[in-house]
Ligand binder design. Structure first.
Ligand code: C5P
Length: 230
């Protein structure tokens, strides 16, 4: 069986820190990178994030920061001090530049969320944007690079665009990934782990195929095996 693949990020979308802790213990050395999102932050997610770092894991803080520059800069600075690895911010130029300033010379890498995938062209028009979602994604990838961001969160269908614009070292972190053998859940246009990597992703975020599996550790190792063959 394959070992943990550092390009596989498992989101701890679980109802409590205790449940997340249990999943991390179940997965053991099969997974080395975890995403901690808003649901856990609303309870005690930063305590968990610090504990994971102390255990040698990589930690993706999916906070999607969006505020005035001073506030974003200070928040990014505090999060950088926690020693975490990835932080998301919304892909507006002021916000991205503030987060990059806040993380300073720390290890924390800043990822831009270009356009939430829940937003359609119609939603953007209603919000006053004159561009399609695809055009706005492209604009914001360029702006993320200009702001000094390390990468973007992109659907598998946008990964190639982000890779082309961002170049070889740009991080392209891709959710919406489903192995052939897993339920699609609410991911309507999913790609397999291998397709996502071949399409330009540097990392994939894959949750329920692992966390809802009868044997999460076996599922994670199976996905790592598919990634190794990509
Ligand atoms: O369980 P699943 O693999 O669908 O989890 C995907 C993770 O990626 C979730 O944490 C979800 O919030 C996140 N995500 C997503 N689609 C996006 C952005 C983030 O599924 N466009």
């Amino acid at each position: 069986m394959a070992a943990a693949d550092p390009r596989l990020i498992v989101p701890l979308d679980l109802p409590s820190v205790d449940a997340a802790r249990g999943m991390v213990d179940t997965l053991g050395d099969a997974v080395s990178f975890y995403k901690v999102g808003l649901e856990l932050f609303a309870s005690d997610g930063m305590t968990l994030a610090r504990a994971l770092k102390a255990e040698g894991k990589q930690v993706f803080l999916d906070w999607k920061l969006h505020d005035i520059p001073t506030t974003v800069q200070r928040a990014a600075s505090v999060l950088a001090d926690a020693g975490c690895d990835l932080l998301t911010v919304h892909g507006e130029p002021q916000v991205m530049a503030a987060a990059v300033a806040g993380r300073g010379t720390s290890r924390l890498k800043v990822l831009a969320v270009t356009v939430l995938t829940s937003l359609s062209d119609g939603d953007l028009a209603e919000m006053g944007y004159a561009e399609t979602a695809r055009a706005l994604v492209e604009r914001r990838i360029h702006q993320a690079l200009a702001a000094g961001c390390d990468g973007v969160v992109a659907s598998p269908h946008e990964a190639a665009l982000a890779r082309t614009i961002g170049g070889p070292d740009f991080l392209v972190v891709t959710p919406g990934v489903r192995p052939d053998w897993a339920a699609k859940n609410d991911q309507a246009r999913a790609s397999t782990p291998a397709e996502a990597l071949r399409g330009g992703a540097s990392h994939i975020v894959c949750g329920r195929p692992i966390t809802a599996a009868n044997d999460p550790r076996e599922a994670a190792l199976r996905i790592a095996g598919e990634m190794a063959g990509a």
